[in-house]
Design a protein around this ligand. Structure first.
Ligand SMILES: [Zn+2]
Length: 334
């Protein structure tokens, strides 16, 4: 739980999950901006409710068997349901959607089967996190709704979303909504500093005040720098160590990074100007000298093609390795 979530934490814990006459509802909807730590909060709530020694005042003890199972990801009374890549590639292409993730009805059916078994801990709670809940599709949302209408005893559903308007109104109405806050600027900056983010102010501004998003952006910024160092190696770049770094950005941004790099290489070769990478002028100058222009232009076409399918579920590491291998071949070998 983050410091800015204290009020929400108290609100839930005061409903007495541990007491026999708990007033805890069957389902909570944790809603709020992306990047403010909602899912971490849900995990902490789950852990505390499952802990064998926690109380209203005391969060999870971190030493009982339940807490160890939770930490290992093997708790028999806990389930985290998240989005998965669509296995129906054709459907994604047909709908021309860039979004490939969803929570399938198969997953919700598995959950229904699971909930017909009794809980592992005698008289204990079971906790189900669904995050992001807005990734439920029509069929899975309806299957979940049936369960929320007749909820099993001593089961807590935690639905997490930054896009509550995308949930079925009938689902929302079955949940107690909890608005998760954005921290104050000072609190967010203090937290980012504690995470060793050096340019905390800039990152927080870019993330619109959401601290976890700011952390992610700061980390990607660092990833970006190490990617450019790799690209500066030109023909000596190792596609196999480099591809995983690029994949961290997601396929689409990985390709965009390459496109901008090539744009500057070409601009430097033809007119000694740079648009995106003034900081890497030396490296680009050296690469521009050794690059084969027709091969560079052909490689740019390859990237345009690859970008069209960048959100295709079949995009993968091997494809990116292949692209990076082609990159190493646009330079003249001495
Ligand atoms: Zn515990």
């Amino acid at each position: 739980m983050y410091s800015w979530q204290n009020k929400q934490w108290q609100h839930i814990m005061q409903q007495g999950a541990q007491s026999p006459n708990s007033k805890l509802p069957h389902a909570l909807l944790l809603r709020g901006r992306a990047g403010i730590g909602k899912q971490d909060f849900a995990l902490d709530v789950a852990k505390a409710i499952l802990c064998q020694q926690s109380s209203e005042q005391q969060p999870a003890c971190n030493s009982c068997p339940s807490c160890s199972w939770f930490a290992e990801g093997t708790h028999p009374d806990f389930m985290l349901i998240g989005a998965e890549d669509s296995d129906d590639a054709e459907e994604v292409v047909k709908k021309k959607t860039t979004k490939k993730s969803q929570i399938s009805v198969a997953k919700i059916r598995q959950l229904i089967d699971y909930l017909t078994l009794s809980s592992h801990q005698v008289n204990g709670y079971r906790v189900i996190i669904i995050s992001p809940a807005d990734m439920l599709n029509g069929a899975s949302a309806n299957a979940l709704l049936k369960m929320l209408e007749e909820p099993p005893a001593k089961t807590l559903f935690l639905l997490v979303t930054s896009q509550p308007q995308r949930l079925l109104a009938t689902i929302t109405s079955r949940c107690q909504a909890i608005d998760m806050p954005l921290p104050s600027r000072a609190e967010a900056l203090a937290w980012l500093t504690s995470q060793q983010v050096t340019q905390a102010e800039t990152a927080l501004d870019l993330a619109g005040g959401a601290p976890l998003l700011a952390l992610q952006m700061a980390e990607e910024g660092e990833v970006g720098t190490s990617l450019l160092k790799n690209l500066a190696l030109g023909a000596k770049l190792d596609p196999f160590t480099c591809a995983p770094l690029f994949l961290g950005l997601g396929m689409e941004r990985a390709i965009e990074t390459l496109q901008k790099w090539l744009f500057d290489m070409q601009a430097y070769k033809l007119a000694q100007v740079l648009r995106y990478h003034a900081q890497q002028a030396n490296a680009l100058q050296a690469l521009a000298k050794s690059v084969n222009l027709p091969l560079l232009l052909r490689f740019q076409d390859t990237l345009l093609e690859a970008k069209k399918t960048a959100n295709h579920p079949l995009s993968n590491e091997a494809q990116l390795e292949n692209i990076l291998l082609q990159y190493t071949k646009i330079f003249k070998v001495n």
